[in-house]
Design a protein around this ligand. Structure first.
Ligand SMILES: [Zn+2]
Ligand SMILES: [Zn+2]
Length: 124
């Protein structure tokens, strides 16, 4: 689905990895649940990349007292650092810091699937 060009920086989006609806707040460009992002920028916010690969959170980096999420593109292996958002799920940050982020992501997907099943049964 192609949509019109971006006029605002604060767009909402659905996470390409886990499907979470993320509310844009101007500085979050990654999913608050699984921390995944999309490779759409060359420089932050410019939407100039045509890679559009899924960028998975890879590790944490501390720089000048601030924490950054290191994102790695699954398509072109481009690496980018993003500031942690106050909205980010702390369990995900924790999993990132102790190296269990892959397990965390798998559990999240499983949970989403189970939730979808339960909701479907409810409305039936
Ligand atoms: Zn996500
Ligand atoms: Zn890429």
């Amino acid at each position: 689905m192609k949509t019109a060009k971006f006029t605002r920086k604060t767009e909402d989006f659905d996470c390409a990895f886990c499907g979470t609806h993320v509310k844009g707040n101007g500085y979050t460009n990654h999913c608050t649940e699984c921390l995944s992002s999309l490779h759409v920028d060359v420089n932050p916010g410019d939407r100039a990349s045509d890679c559009h690969g899924l960028m998975l959170a890879d590790s944490l980096e501390r720089k000048k007292g601030e924490m950054f999420i290191v994102h790695k593109c699954t398509k072109c292996h481009h690496i980018r650092r993003n500031k942690i958002s106050p909205d980010d799920n702390f369990e995900a940050i924790l999993a990132l810091s102790n190296g269990t982020i892959d397990d965390y992501r798998q559990n999240l997907l499983l949970m989403k699937k189970l939730q979808a099943c339960v909701l479907k049964n409810k409305t039936r």
